[in-house]
Design a protein around this ligand. Structure first.
Ligand code: PLP
Length: 374
């Protein structure tokens, strides 16, 4: 069976873990944590980066930093992973779900303005499959209504938004803050793991405190204060050096990993374009989005044909999977949702299928899969 995902080891993961263990620094915020954080700050220009134990944690830090309180409203797409909503729910927010675009699962920016009320505090765009949301339009709305923008960049490492003036901006570097994931299903992995990227410097100091269990220990270690103590809320959001050591081995190989994934992605795309089957909708990229080859998906005409496709691929040795169940119709939220129908979200929920996609997938596997669908 060709699996849907297979975690890829680039070579030095266990070597660096051994190094961390031998040098006796295995709690958080050591050498490997700094290497990883510096990597993101230097390569993508994020103002301040903090490793976290997951993207979920990074989003929770965002919700705390945004000072989300009971009754505040947060606009997020319904077609996303539960963590995008959960982080804000835990602070007492009401989630206002936005529909997807017709052509791709990202939230439809043209529908956001009418969802904004005097209680709206933040917009949380999710760059689905690493494809950029229309960030210029989102930032314009955010400025107009004085809202925070928190990018769920879980799938968006090394992907870009191209502004109308031609400027190329890394995803995660446009909103006030952003969250990335290194879960084993993402491009760059550490098992479980995440990153908080802060672009608005007014959040930097508090982020460090929340990260270190509500203490000003980070300032203390830099010699900026002469004792440290409890000054705010927080949690243990930082990962151990063992996780960071693993992640560093992956980041050293980012280009190789991305090149391989892009080659596999293009192989799928070329094969399906050649197949030219009008009942299969291929991924669509807006002019402002680049491709980071996070996943390869198809959109089928309806639920029945998707189920059929998944079954037939399985019979032929390929594991394919559907993705999100709309959050607005989840057991937890359906009674709290305001009742609006979100037709595009529901369509992706019913019709989108993700094909096997991982570094060690063979070109030949892809050709066999497409042949089998033919
Ligand atoms: C994977 C993912 C998350 C959660 O990431 P974790 O690191 O597993 O917490 C959140 N949002 C989106 C869009 C994701 O794809």
């Amino acid at each position: 069976m060709i699996p849907f995902n297979k975690p890829y080891l680039s070579g030095n993961e266990t070597l660096y873990i051994e190094d961390a263990v031998r040098t006796g620094k295995i709690s958080g915020n050591g050498k490997y944590t700094k290497l990883c954080q510096d990597f993101f700050e230097n390569k993508y220009g994020f103002k301040k980066c903090l490793l976290t134990t997951s993207c979920t944690d990074a989003l929770e830090m965002c919700a705390i930093l945004a000072d989300i309180k009971q009754g505040d409203e947060v606009i997020i797409p319904s077609y996303t992973f539960v963590s995008t909503a959960l982080a804000f729910i835990r602070q007492g927010a009401k989630i206002v779900f936005a529909d997807s675009e017709a052509s791709n699962p990202n939230l439809d920016v043209t529908q956001i303005e009418k969802l904004i009320t005097s209680k709206t505090k933040a917009i949380v765009p999710v760059h689905y499959a690493g494809v950029a949301c229309d960030m210029d339009a989102i930032m314009t709305l955010a400025n107009k209504y004085n809202l925070l923008v928190i990018e769920d960049a879980a799938q968006a490492i090394d992907s870009y938004y191209i502004s109308s003036n031609g400027e190329k901006k890394p995803l995660g570097g446009i909103g006030h803050m952003a969250a990335f994931s290194f879960h084993e299903t993402k491009n760059i992995i550490s098992g479980e793991g995440g990153l908080l990227a802060i672009n608005d410097s007014k959040f930097v100091q508090r982020a460090e405190v929340i990260w270190e269990k509500g203490t000003n220990r980070a300032e203390f270690f830099r010699g900026e204060v002469n004792k440290y103590g409890w000054i705010d809320i927080g949690s243990s959001f930082l990962p151990s050096e063992i996780i960071a050591a693993f992640l560093w081995a992956q980041l050293e190989n980012l280009n190789d990993i991305q090149n391989r994934r892009k080659l596999l992605w293009k192989t799928y795309m070329d094969a399906f374009q050649k197949l030219n089957n009008s009942s299969i909708q291929l991924p669509v990229f807006p002019d402002y989005a680049t491709n980071n080859a996070h996943m390869f998906y198809l959109v089928l005409p309806d639920l029945a044909s998707r189920s059929d496709l998944i079954t037939r691929l399985k019979e032929n040795g390929f594991h394919s999977v559907f993705h999100y169940i709309s959050l607005h119709s989840s057991d937890y939220y359906k009674d709290k949702h305001d009742g609006r129908i979100l037709p595009n979200t529901d369509r992706f929920s019913d019709c989108l299928v993700r094909l096997p996609f991982f570094y060690e997938l063979e070109i030949n596997d892809i050709n066999r899969l497409v042949k089998c669908l033919e």
